[in-house]
Design a protein around this ligand. Structure first.
Ligand code: FES
Length: 168
């Protein structure tokens, strides 16, 4: 009798142990499927070296599938305290180049220093602020961080936080 009870206890503990190990392994596997892949994490950031840019130059980079414009401002261009990104004492205009009306991509015209949207005639100034037509708001400033002369899109640094607070 006591041998039977001991055997039953042992079998119960053994099965319980196997079940615990199985549950633990399942939880680890589930967590593995929830965590983003390293390639996905890396895809969230776009780094742009600003040092080779000339004054007045426009660059368009892709960030999370969206076009982001970067213009190194000349002395003749409008300054926008609440939107300009200052890197090494140069002003840059940075924004997601998507019209805030219905999502077309406005083209930049260097001669007039404006973005013009061909879809419904919307216009934005060099700072990305809506100035004419149906766009209801300025073009969005993507989250960014400044690392020396490099702009890191996709990470919120103190400079981005300042612009965000200034535009609330
Ligand atoms: S989508 Fe740009 S003005 Fe309508």
């Amino acid at each position: 009798m006591s041998e039977n009870v001991n055997r039953r206890d042992f079998l119960g503990m053994a099965l319980g142990g196997v079940a615990l190990v199985g549950a633990g392994a399942t939880l680890v596997a589930i967590k593995g499927t929830w965590d983003p892949l390293p390639s996905v994490i890396a895809a969230g950031f776009t780094t742009v070296d600003l040092s080779p840019m000339a004054e007045g130059e426009l660059r368009v980079v892709e960030w999370r599938g969206k076009p982001v414009y970067i213009i190194k401002k000349t002395a003749a261009m409008k300054k926008c305290k609440t939107r300009d990104v200052v890197v090494s004492q140069s002003d840059y205009s940075v924004g997601i180049q998507i019209c805030t009306h219905l999502g077309c991509i406005p083209a930049y015209e260097p001669a007039s220093m404006q973005f013009k949207c061909a879809c419904h005639g919307g216009e934005f100034d060099v700072c990305g602020r809506n100035t004419f037509g149906p766009p209801p708001t300025p073009m969005e400033i993507p989250p960014f961080k400044i690392n020396g002369n490099t702009l890191v899109l996709g990470e919120e640094g103190p400079e981005y936080q300042q612009l965000k607070e200034a535009n609330v």
